[in-house]
Design a protein around this ligand. Sequence first.
Ligand code: ATP
Ligand code: MG
Length: 624
Amino acid sequence: MTAPIETLEFQSEARQLLQLMIHSIYSNKDTFLRELVSNASDALDKLRLEAFRDKELQADTSDLHVAIEIDSEQRTLTVRDNGIGMSRDEVISLIGTIAKSGTAEFLRKLKESQDAAASQELIGQFGVGFYASFMVADKVTLVTRKAGSDEGVRWESEGAGTYTIEPVADAPQGTAVTLHLKPVDAEDQLFDYTSAAKVREIVKRYSDFLTWPIRMAAEPTEEGAEPTVETVNSMKALWARASSEVTEQEYTEFYKHISHDWNDPLETVRFQAEGTFEYQALLFIPSRAPMDLFMRERKRGVQLYVKRVFIMDDCEALMPEYLRFVKGVVDAADLSLNVSREILQQDRQIQLIRKRLVKRVLSTVKSLDAEKYGTFWKEFGRAVKEGLLDDFDNREAILEICSFESTHDADKPTRLAQYVERMKEGQEHIYYLTGESRTAIENSPHLEAFQAKGFEVLVLTDPIDEMWVDAVPGFEGKQFQSIAKGQVDLDENQDEEQKAEFAGLLTWMGSALEEHVKEVRLSSRLTTSPACIVGDSHDMTPTLEKMYRAMGQQLPQIKRILELNPGHPLVAGLRAAHAEHPEDERLPETAELIYGMALLAEGGELGDPSRFVKLLANRLEQSL
Ligand SMILES: Nc1ncnc2c1ncn2[C@@H]1O[C@H](COP(=O)(O)OP(=O)(O)OP(=O)(O)O)[C@@H](O)[C@H]1O
Ligand SMILES: [Mg+2]
């Protein structure tokens, strides 16, 4: 009895992605072969490791390789491997769906992006893997058998809504993907992939460094000669070759292979250690942030090899979380092939390598030219700032590569070293203000006197800024100082006389506003506003407080300090009125209005907006 052919539907994201491939908006169609060969190579890696770990596994590992077969008559191209293979369920879940994080986001952006160039860039960032086949094929057949199992599976699809799946009796171990090629259309960059020369060229270009042999039928040398097979790639691990022998182009292709990024890397970092503990590292800083940089399930990009043998992807022991975008390979000589993630976390030598990698990445970024650095910061700055909280040892080095918006130049973020250079005579601190947007910060009353006196203030609007400013003591010995916190002494002339003059008002107002603030005092940070609200130096900022509350944290009410501008007519008038008729019942309302205005001015929210509006309406009425 033959088992039936089943027809199944692609998951909807997969269907959308396939549509894109079929209408192939991506112009570099040659890359389909890189994707297939890369999957085949992964499958060989997986089998070798599996066979090493499971001695019982019934699998032939004696001649692991990739074979590419061309049939010009049928117009098919087959990429075959004798690697790990897939079970029926795996075919359905791995090929029929896209499990990649960020898929929905990617598809949404793609829909929004109107022009072809933007779409191409997005596809490049996302990486479409196996589905790239449908750029060049109108039908794809995949036959696979999982190592250790004797049941084969045949999968076939034309890339529309469905695929078929059926058991096959005599499938060889591993996977063969056969593409039924679309007609050649050179104008659309759809070349003749039944041409052995073309296929060989693509393999050389994209996959030369793969450590598995990629075999193809050799060109017959003479009429009637026995057909022979040859290995197309040089199989030399790039990181193990002398750097003088490796071209820029080869590094780039290697980067694309391991990262699945279709763009060139921003920078390549290569180094090695010899002696008791030998290793080679080849790292890349991408030029674009991946879709999932800020998603929970994202991975880190460094692969671990042991003496050219692939051990694992996403080796978190080698790269800290905040540098998760760095891609590359570390090949260590003295580790066991059996190492587990848990062991790696504890391993002293791995910790030493990690230290070195981090230092090299940070120093590489530091030495990037202005243009590359600008790209780097735009793409990865937010992730890097997490390091200010996580990586105590490298804090200063991380600060050196950070940029921040500042009041110095609205269009250009500044490095801290440049800020320090511009610091005014006698200025001891690096001033900053955190807030939800640049506009809110620029209009904040706290900034007035700093602006007026020409002090530069960093404008920090990233949520993570709220966190690190509290954790990081300073840069080059200069402390960070929020201009909305603590005492600021910008006005040397605030005399004792004035203090005495306002003492009565301040005490009275403090008790009138007791519910809202813990103190009322005079300010030297205001020039035009009547009042502002500031925190104690260790208080949470309102934005941080809001963030914690949004995350569901229970916080006690945080009272801050109201500062008054003694030079403002409203404040001066209030002082006089209070001195004259301390019992006037309108005075507490005025105090409340001043407090409410200060809150609004910094972008805060009133506790009881309707009461504020009522008080204000009353006053306006009286002024008519
Ligand atoms: N030749 C193969 N042998 C075994 N499994 C395969 C093979 N080709 C694909 N797969 C499985 O199908 C999955 C999907 O492949 P696909 O190329 O789309 O994505 P990927 O390789 O995981 O990621 P990328 O987009 O980075 O290529 C792979 O992760 C792998 O598990
Ligand atoms: Mg792949």
